[in-house]
Design a protein around this ligand. Structure first.
Ligand code: LLP
Length: 406
């Protein structure tokens, strides 16, 4: 997406506006499909970006979906995704959500605790004769050395089944009439930029699989979750999709006995396909600092406030500007509402800026804080551009409350 195309979009749809590049999403999806070939499957983690048109594009590119709620299941089905291409992750699935997924007939439940397994067994018993395909999610106690908020595979984290209890629970699952134990799963965290923690975790999973096999329990796939890093800034990824997948497939080996490798990529499918367009409302100078106040805020893009993420800022407008070092601030009444720090650019009021690599965990984490209507979303496909979610209106934000007004 070049600057003039993005400028036109900002004029046409207004700001703030998320824009996604369809070609980039297709390219990223194809990189997973090509690297896995016949040896595995990729399930896009819907939480990264759950816009229906984005989901439809990803289904068309041949990926399945990793969901974490009934809401995400409904979205995938509404976008045209097939139930048999869906895996269900998450540490606390509501009984209603499990029932919803059983009714839909999804490919696999990634079960994270003995209590959850028990619940699923009860649900299948209630529905006489129904069987739930299950993978047990193991917590291997391996630190992926990423941001503490997005690390999930250590002993102190809430996720997964402790490795020491996994064998017993696998035996129990395999012996339960309503359960079909088809896989093992694992997710170490997000923004992982080295293969070592992943291959160590995979070794543990392969050992567990071998032990089960010796007891006559066949495990068809190992799901290594998602987590491949996409740097927030401008630097190139340190780990490319083919190398990441290659390292895992090398360990799994080939042959009739080799398990399938399943993956749940989120960020690496949509992050670099997206930009958040925002307009400079005004420039102001407080003591030693220069602030460019823009019309996007932390409610639209949480990542800088929540993880100190650094998204590159591109000025799309040409022409004169005041060249200084700017703090890019949103209008929300919180000091954490800063979208970028120390940006050296010539800026003028009315300028349009792009916050880059915001196609993942951007809109999907947005909120209505400060009673702000959330941005619109647009999808670019070559020369073509269309609105794929209109901007929220102020009225629709409180329409249901009006119906219940005191
Ligand atoms: N599978 C499971 C079970 C997950 O929990 C996640 C992400 C993924 C797959 C996808 O991971 P990815 O490939 O996108 O790294 N909001 C944070 C990221 C939270 C990730 C949560 N789980 C952020 O903005 O950085």
């Amino acid at each position: 997406m070049d600057d003039s195309q993005l400028l036109q979009i900002a004029e046409r749809f207004g700001t703030p506006c998320y824009v996604y590049d369809a070609e980039c999403i297709r390219r990223n999806s194809a990189a997973y499909r090509d690297a896995l070939g016949q040896r595995g499957r990729a399930f896009y983690a819907v939480k990264a970006n759950s816009n229906l048109s984005v989901l439809r594009l990803i289904a068309g590119a041949g990926l399945g979906f990793d969901i974490v709620s009934g809401g995400e299941l409904a979205r995938v089905l509404a976008a045209g995704g097939a139930p048999e291409d869906i895996v269900f992750s998450g540490v606390g699935k509501h009984p209603d959500e499990l029932a919803q997924a059983l009714d839909a007939g999804i490919a696999c439940f990634n079960i994270e605790s003995a209590a959850e397994l028990k619940l699923l067994i009860m649900l299948t018993t209630d529905r006489l004769g129904s069987r739930a395909p299950v993978a047990l999610r193991i917590n291997p106690d391996i630190d992926a050395h990423t941001h503490p908020h997005i690390t999930t595979g250590r002993a102190e984290d809430k996720f997964g089944i402790p490795a020491a209890e996994a064998l017993d629970l696998c035996r129990q699952a395999a012996a339960s009439p309503g359960i079909e134990l088809i896989g093992l799963s694992c997710h170490l965290g997000s923004q992982i930029d080295q293969t070592a923690p992943l291959t160590r975790a995979l070794e543990k999973m392969l050992e567990l699989r071998a032990t089960l096999r010796a007891e006559g329990v066949a495990i068809g796939h190992i799901d290594m979750g998602g987590g491949l890093a996409v740097p927030d800034g401008t630097s190139a990824p340190t780990l490319a999709i083919p190398d990441y997948i290659g390292a895992l497939l090398d360990l799994i080996g080939e042959g009739d006995d080799a398990p399938e490798l399943w993956l749940e990529p989120g960020r690496s499918i949509t992050a670099d396909a997206g930009a958040l367009l925002t307009r400079v409302l005004l420039l102001k100078h407080n003591w030693a600092r220069n602030f460019a106040v823009v019309d996007a805020a932390m409610n639209d893009l949480m990542r800088p406030a929540l993880y100190s993420a650094v998204h590159a800022v591109r000025r799309l407008t040409q022409g004169e500007g005041d060249a200084r070092i700017w703090q890019i601030a949103g209008p929300v009444c919180e000091s954490t509402d800063m979208l970028a720090h120390d940006i050296e650019l010539p800026l003028a009021p009315g300028d349009i800026l792009a916050l880059e690599r915001t196609g993942a965990y951007g809109f999907s984490m947005s909120s209505n804080y400060n009673a702000r209507a959330r941005p619109c979303e647009a999808l670019v496909d070559g020369g073509d551009c269309r609105l794929v979610r209109p901007r929220e209106t102020q009225e629709e934000l409180f329409a249901s409350e009006l119906e219940h007004l005191l």
